[in-house]
Design a protein around this ligand. Structure first.
Ligand SMILES: NC(=O)c1ccc[n+]([C@@H]2O[C@H](COP(=O)([O-])OP(=O)(O)OC[C@H]3O[C@@H](n4cnc5c(N)ncnc54)[C@H](O)[C@@H]3O)[C@@H](O)[C@H]2O)c1
Length: 393
C-alpha cells in the first residue's frame, strides 16, 4: 500500500474497544476514521471525543465510510459476521480474541479471508494476541525453538489467577451465557494462555477436559476447567484454570530431556540438566541418582505494558509495508480448538481426538443456547480500569 497511514475503524467501543480507539488516535501509521457501536450513546461519545463519524450498524459503516480496515472488539459471536462482511468488501481485519465462539465459525472467517485474497492478495487478517509481545513469553518461545530443552516431555500450566467476582459477570448482559458469550473462562479469559500453549509446543492430537458449570458463580457456563493433552511426540500437557481462586496461581512448567523451565511470579528459571535425562537414565549404574542440574535465572526484557498498542501498530505496518504479523488471524483457530475440545470432551465424558468434530461441537452448543433457561440479572455497569484485568496472564 502506497501511503503513510491506514484508515481504520473500531467496531464495539466497550471496555476493550475504547482502549483501541485511544491507542489508534496516537499512532503514526494509522488514522482512526470511524467508530461503530450498537449502543448509540457510546458510539456518539467516542466519536465526538475523537472527531470521527459514529455509526450504529457496522454494515452501514463498511459501506459508507472510507476505510482500509476494521478492528473488531464486539462480543464473540459477532466477530464472525463482521469479519466476513469486511473481507467481502476487501477490508483488512484485526479481530479481538477469541477468533470466534466455535471452530466452524472460525473456519468460515478464514474461508472468507482466503476468498478475498484471490482479489486482493495483500489483504491482512490479524488477531489480538498481545501477550505474544511480552518479553518472558518470547524468551520461552525462543528457548524451545532453539532446542534448549531437547525433546519435550511435559507442559503444565496452572493459570488460576483469572479471579472474577459476581459483579464482573453481572456487568455485561452478554457475559457468561451460552447465547451471548458462548462459553466462560476458556473462551473469555484463557484464549491468551491457550494461544501461548500452542505457540510454545504445538497442537495435541488428543484432548480430555473436565469442566464445571457455574460452580462458584451464578452463571450458566464453565468457571473451573482441567484439561489434559497428548501430543504426537509423546509430550503430555495439563491446563488448569478457574475464575474462582484468589489469590490463584500462574505457574508454567515446561519439561524437556535437558531440564525444566518454570515461569512464576515474573521469574523465569531454567533448571538445566548437565546431560539428557534419557541418556542418564539408560547409562547410570545407580538406582536413585539424579542428573546433575544447575539453576539458571533467565534474563528477559519486558516492555511492561498491556501490549495492545504494539499489535495495533503491527497491524497497520503489515498493511502498509508487509511487516510480518505478531499473530495471524488463522492462528486463532488453534486456541479455539483447544477450548472447544476441552468442553466437548467434558460434555461427552471421554477424550476427543483432533481434528475436532466441529459439527458435533456446534450442535451441542446450539442446543445449550436453545434450551437455556438462565435468567441473567439486569446488567450493572462497572466503573473500573480495564488495566486491572491485564498482567502476567
Ligand atoms: N485482548 C484483550 O486483552 C482483551 C481484554 C478484554 C476483552 N477482550 C475482547 O474484546 C471483545 C469485547 O469485550 P469487552 O470486554 O470490551 O466487551 P464490552 O461488553 O465491554 O464491549 C462490547 C461493545 O460492543 C458493542 N457491540 C455489541 N454488538 C455489536 C455489534 N454488532 N456492532 C457494534 N457494536 C457492538 C457493545 O454495545 C459494547 O459497547 C471480546 O472479544 C473480548 O474477549 C480482549
Amino acid at each position: 500500500m502506497n501511503k503513510d497511514r491506514v484508515k481504520l475503524a473500531v467496531v464495539g467501543v466497550g471496555n476493550m474497544g475504547s482502549f483501541h480507539v485511544r491507542d489508534l488516535a496516537k499512532q503514526a501509521t494509522a488514522e482512526l476514521v470511524a467508530i461503530c457501536d450498537i449502543d448509540r450513546e457510546k458510539a456518539d461519545r467516542y466519536a465526538s471525543e475523537f472527531g470521527v463519524p459514529a455509526f450504529y450498524d457496522y454494515r452501514e459503516m463498511l459501506d459508507r465510510a472510507t476505510l482500509d480496515g476494521v478492528v473488531i472488539a464486539t462480543p464473540h459471536y459477532d466477530h464472525t459476521p463482521i469479519s466476513i462482511d469486511a473481507f467481502k468488501r476487501g477490508l483488512h481485519v484485526l479481530v479481538e480474541k477469541p477468533i470466534a465462539v466455535h471452530v466452524k465459525d472460525a473456519r468460515k472467517m478464514i474461508a472468507a479471508y482466503q476468498e478475498a485474497r484471490k482479489v486482493k492478495p495483500d489483504l491482512v487478517f490479524a488477531i489480538m494476541f498481545q501477550q505474544r509481545t511480552y518479553g518472558f513469553w518470547r524468551k520461552i518461545k525462543s528457548l524451545i525453538d532453539d532446542g534448549e530443552l531437547g525433546k519435550l516431555v511435559r507442559t503444565t500450566w496452572i493459570i488460576t489467577d483469572w479471579f472474577r467476582t459476581q459483579a464482573y459477570y453481572d456487568s455485561g448482559g452478554w457475559r457468561a451465557t451460552w447465547r451471548g458469550e458462548g462459553g466462560g473462562v476458556l473462551l473469555n479469559q484463557c484464549p491468551h494462555n491457550l494461544d501461548l500453549f500452542q505457540w510454545f509446543t504445538g497442537m495435541p492430537r488428543r484432548v480430555a477436559g473436565f469442566a464445571s458449570i457455574g460452580k462458584y458463580h451464578n452463571i450458566e457456563v464453565e468457571d473451573e476447567v482441567t484439561g489434559y493433552f497428548e501430543y504426537e511426540n509423546g509430550m503430555v500437557g495439563h491446563f488448569i484454570t478457574t475464575t474462582a481462586e484468589s489469590p490463584g496461581t500462574n505457574r508454567l512448567e515446561i519439561v524437556g530431556e535437558n531440564g525444566k523451565l518454570v515461569f512464576e511470579d515474573g521469574k523465569l528459571t531454567f533448571v538445566r540438566n548437565r546431560q539428557s535425562m534419557f541418556t542418564f537414565s539408560k547409562t547410570s549404574k545407580s538406582a536413585f541418582d539424579k542428573v546433575e542440574a544447575w539453576e539458571i535465572n533467565i534474563p528477559y526484557h519486558h516492555h511492561g505494558e498491556g501490549g495492545h498498542r504494539f499489535v495495533l501498530e503491527n497491524f497497520a505496518r503489515a498493511i502498509l509495508f508487509g511487516e510480518p504479523l505478531i499473530a495471524r488471524g488463522e492462528e486463532g483457530l488453534n486456541s479455539l480448538t483447544l477450548s472447544n475440545a476441552m468442553m466437548l470432551s467434558s460434555w461427552l465424558k471421554k477424550p476427543v481426538e483432533l481434528p475436532l468434530d466441529e459439527d458435533e461441537y456446534e450442535a451441542r452448543l446450539m442446543e445449550l443456547v436453545r434450551t437455556s433457561r438462565f435468567q441473567k440479572p439486569a446488567p450493572v455497569a462497572l466503573d473500573e480500569d480495564l488495566n486491572k484485568s491485564f498482567g502476567f496472564h
